[in-house]
Design a binder for this molecule. Structure first.
Ligand code: AP5
Length: 231
C-alpha cells in the first residue's frame, strides 16, 4: 500500500469543501478522502456521470450545467441522500461541491443528524478571481481515471495524455471562457452565503487556496487534525 493511501485515523464525519469554481476543491478533496480512506463525493462528477449515461437526471442537468447555472436543489438532494446511505459512507466522507445553497446545507444537516454523524467540518478555500480564471481555463481532466491537470501549473509529462493511465485529457465543456462568468456569479449569489452560515455554527476553517497544491494540502491536513482534536 502506498504511503499516502494509508489511513491516518478515523474521520467519522463529513468534511465539506466550500469555495468558488477552480479553487482546488476537487484536487484537495481527493487527497483528503484518500488519506482517511473514505469516499470522495463530488456532486459535479456525479452529475457528469448521469449526463454520460444519458439518465433522466443527466438529461435535465446537461443544459443547466452547460450554462454555468446550478442544478435545482430537488434533483441534487435526492442524488446525495441516496449516495450517503450506502455502507461505504459509514466512517465519514468528503464532499466537493455540495452543499451549494442554504437549502442544501439545511437538508444535509438533517440527513447527518438522522444518520448519527457529528457536525461537519467545512474547509473554505479562499482565492482571487484572476487566479481562478487561470486555473479553470488551464484545467484538463483524464477521461479514463479523472486525474486533474493544469496546462500552466500541473502539466502531464506528455501533452494530452494522463501520466497515470494513458487516458485522453479533455477540457470540461463548462470550462470555456464564456461559461466561467455565470459560474462565478452563481457562486457569489447562491453559495457564498454558506460561508457565514457555517461560520456561525463554528464549523468553518479558512484556507489560503492560492498557494501550491502541496502547501494547501499541508494547511488542510493541519486544519482537519485540529478540528478532530477539538472533537
Ligand atoms: P463542479 O464540478 O462542482 O465544479 P465547480 O464547483 O465549478 O468546481 P471546479 O470543479 O470547477 O473546481 P475545483 O474547485 O474542484 O478545482 P480543481 O481542483 O479542479 O460543478 C459543476 C457544475 O455542476 C456546477 O456549475 C453546477 O451546474 C453543477 N453542480 C455541482 N454540484 C452542485 C450542487 N451541489 N448543486 C447544484 N448544482 C451543482 O482545480 C482547478 C484547476 O486548478 C485544475 O487544473 C488543478 O490542477 C489546478 N489547481 C488546483 N489546486 C491548485 C494549486 N494549489 N495551485 C495550482 N493549480 C492548482
Amino acid at each position: 500500500m502506498a504511503l499516502e493511501q494509508r489511513p491516518v485515523g478515523k474521520l467519522d464525519r463529513a468534511v465539506i469543501f466550500l469555495g468558488p469554481p477552480g479553487s482546488g476543491k476537487g484536487t484537495q478533496a481527493k487527497v483528503l478522502a484518500g488519506k482517511y480512506q473514505v469516499p470522495h463525493l463530488s456532486t459535479g462528477d456525479m452529475l457528469r456521470e448521469h449526463i454520460a449515461k444519458g439518465t433522466p437526471l443527466g438529461e435535465k442537468a446537461k443544459p443547466i450545467m452547460a450554462r454555468g447555472e446550478l442544478v435545482p436543489d430537488s434533483l441534487v438532494l435526492k442524488m446525495v441522500a441516496e449516495r450517503i446511505e450506502r455502507p461505504d459512507c459509514s466512517q465519514g466522507f468528503v464532499f466537493d461541491g455540495f452543499p451549494r445553497t442554504v437549502t442544501q446545507a439545511k437538508y444535509l444537516g438533517e440527513l447527518l443528524k438522522r444518520q448519527g454523524f457529528k457536525q461537519p467540518f467545512v474547509i473554505h478555500m479562499i482565492i482571487g478571481t484572476a487566479l481562478l480564471i487561470r486555473r479553470i481555463t488551464g484545467r484538463r481532466i483524464c477521461q479514463a481515471g479523472g486525474e486533474i491537470y493544469n496546462v500552466y501549473d500541473r502539466p502531464p509529462k506528455v501533452e494530452g495524455i494522463c501520466d497515470n493511465d494513458g487516458g485522453e485529457l479533455i477540457q470540461r465543456p463548462d470550462d470555456r471562457e464564456e461559461v466561467i462568468k455565470p459560474r462565478l456569479h452563481a457562486y457569489e449569489k447562491l453559495t457564498a452565503p454558506l460561508v457565514s452560515y457555517y461560520r456561525h455554527r463554528g464549523a468553518l476553517h479558512e484556507i489560503d487556496a492560492s498557494k501550491s497544491v502541496a502547501e494547501v494540502e499541508e494547511e488542510i491536513e493541519q486544519a482537519v487534525a485540529s478540528m478532530r482534536g477539538a472533537g
